[in-house]
Design a binder for this molecule. Sequence first.
Ligand code: MG
Length: 405
Amino acid sequence: MFTAFFYTYNKHVRNDVDMKVKPYHSMFKREREEIRMTIDALDFYYVAHPLKEPWTTAYGSDDTIHSVLTCMTSGSVTAWSESSPLYAPTYSPECAISVFEVASRFLAPMVLHQSFESAEAINQAIEPIKGNPFAHAAIEMAWWVLQSAMTQKPLHVCLGGTSQPVAAGADFGVQSSIDRLIERIDSAFQAGFQRVKLKVKKGWDLEMLRAVRSTFPNGVFHIDCNSGYSLEKDWPFFKAIDPLGLAMIEQPLYHADVIDHAELQRRMQTPICLDESINSVYMAEKAIDLKACRFINIKPGRVGGLYNTLIINKLCMSAGVGNWIGGMLESAVGAGICIECATLPNMTYPNDLFPSDNYYEEELSKERIELSAPGQMLPSQRFGNPFIPDPDVLKKRTIRQVHCE
Ligand SMILES: [Mg+2]
């Protein structure tokens, strides 16, 4: 039974975490027919998708987004997902080629020619492969899309979300000048985006932030440090930005840390949001236990897929930690899944969801991601993933491809 997976999850967690999850069991007690769907084939496409302009953060600059698209086939039904860890292991220890290899070489044989009756079951099947959450997610998210297609329910319904519009926020990488940044922020607020996220790195931080705050005294801003700072050495910086009224500081410290983040959160009024550090349910539990953050942004790829997304979402809601959906500049194939996730409860801050036009001249899918109203997007009422690759564009963007059956 689909509803069983949260119960079984509890068998595997520590008693104190178990206590936190229990009150939320009732939220998953909904009827669902069992769908038998054998995974007949998996096709993996390593794609390189050029951006309109380079995306610069504390870890470097990307002019092309490298992703792995997965097509899961069951009978005559196909389901597409996208896992987008970037070209090099700069955001996290994974990269597109590692996802392509791990998913096709190790994970695909663990699920092919099998039918999984629950999200928990497919996650258990691939559990022996340690870490590599983006690779797990490549397959696991395709399974959810297949469920949506075969049960004829929109993906957000399968996930337990709603059909309500979700809030989209603007996001700016490091720019060529502060004047240029301020121009772009002004355009974003005028277009109705509800908050602005600013990437910072050493040399593009305090001066820029003070200029932005004095220009937009009432704007909702947060910064993303992408692990570029350290607790003691950079304490003067954090102390200086604490009075600026930022909505949060995203992943200021080491990419795998929760201990120093807990100390930083203890010292600061501004909420800490963890991103890179939360790559599993286990790390979410530790961050919550240590009070290392007041927000966790959930990227389905980074946490290993949609099953873990749901568990982390519930753990956070139980602990009073806010969520929002983060992004990896996926094409519409992946971004469409992120919009569905943003309909979950406890999404207390606008999400990293962007119209295709923001970053791409040419989308991978025929349909583009668009705003439904200023600063808003709507989940799809269609079944499966409505954003499927255009065959011609996919062919043009594919660097490597493998068919597994
Ligand atoms: Mg981030």
